[in-house]
Write a protein of this length. Structure first.
Length: 263
């Protein structure tokens, strides 16, 4: 649901209209496109609503908003490159999707004093060290904890947990944010193993780590798309336990990849 903005206050003196360029950086290729395309369109639709309402009036000036959408895949390097292009094109505000590219974007937005509105679960990106970065998605506490609390309460006899996250700097950021919350719950045993981002065949991972651990709950701190492959492989190779994944965006790609196995 998108709330329709109201027009800004009517100024008492005549004002000119300027254009404010916004960079809309999303995942339009590689892992996470199911989330990326919908997130990009959501920002575009929001801009349309603001312009329909007369734009923004700030500091005695009226601004009509222009949005340019950029693809930044799902890596920190691509995030930095796309952000550099957006700023060079004149963007004053950057919307970002994903922890990985947001870390790269932040390397550019902070020194240039450009606002970064990041969809990220990582708490590390929104500390006082980064005054121009703001989070527009729940953090790990709000994103992961409610679902895990539900599993904990619904299945009181299920207390062995196995967690996986993707093995790069940003996957580690998300897991390190969530890990204290998991440990505080009191699981009888918590096993953990990273997987390599970009993996398309998870059979070795499932057979080498998940099945030998034989957990009651398999929790995924994983990227969109790869999550569907993990779910599918786990079920195909006989895992019968609970699979838990908190979707920062839509879960449509997971349902498309895993099909009935996602049920």
């Amino acid at each position: 649901v998108v709330a329709t903005p109201t027009a800004g206050p009517t100024p008492t003196t005549a004002i000119g209209t300027e254009t404010l360029l916004i960079g809309n950086l999303s995942i339009l290729s590689g892992a996470g496109t199911g989330y990326g395309f919908s997130a990009a369109r959501g920002v575009e639709r929001g801009i349309e609503l603001w312009n329909d309402a007369g734009g923004l009036v700030v500091g005695g000036k009226r601004y009509m908003l222009k949005i340019d959408t950029y693809d930044w895949g799902y890596t920190a390097d691509s995030g930095r490159t796309a952000t550099e292009k957006a700023i060079n094109d004149g963007a004053k505000i950057i919307f970002s999707v994903g922890t990985a590219p947001s870390t790269g974007a932040q390397q550019v937005t902070e020194p240039n004093k450009v606002l970064l509105l990041a969809q990220t679960a990582s708490d590390e990106l929104v500390t006082t060290k980064f005054p121009y970065t703001f989070r527009i998605l729940m953090g790990a506490d709000g994103l992961y904890s409610p679902g895990m609390d539900y599993v904990w309460d619904k299945y009181p006899d299920k207390r062995k947990l196995f967690v996986t996250a993707w093995n790069d700097a940003t996957g580690k950021l998300v897991w390190e944010t969530w890990k204290p919350l998991v440990n505080a719950m009191g699981w009888s045993k918590v096993d953990f193993q990273y997987y390599e981002p970009g993996t398309t065949d998870f059979a070795p991972f499932i057979n080498s780590y998940l099945l030998p651990a034989n957990p009651d709950v398999f929790a995924l701190v994983s990227r969109t798309g790869e999550t569907g492959l993990l779910i599918k492989a786990a079920r195909q190779f006989g895992y019968k336990g609970i699979i838990y994944w908190a979707a920062g965006g839509g879960s449509v790609p997971e349902l498309q990849i895993a099909g009935d196995l996602a049920e």
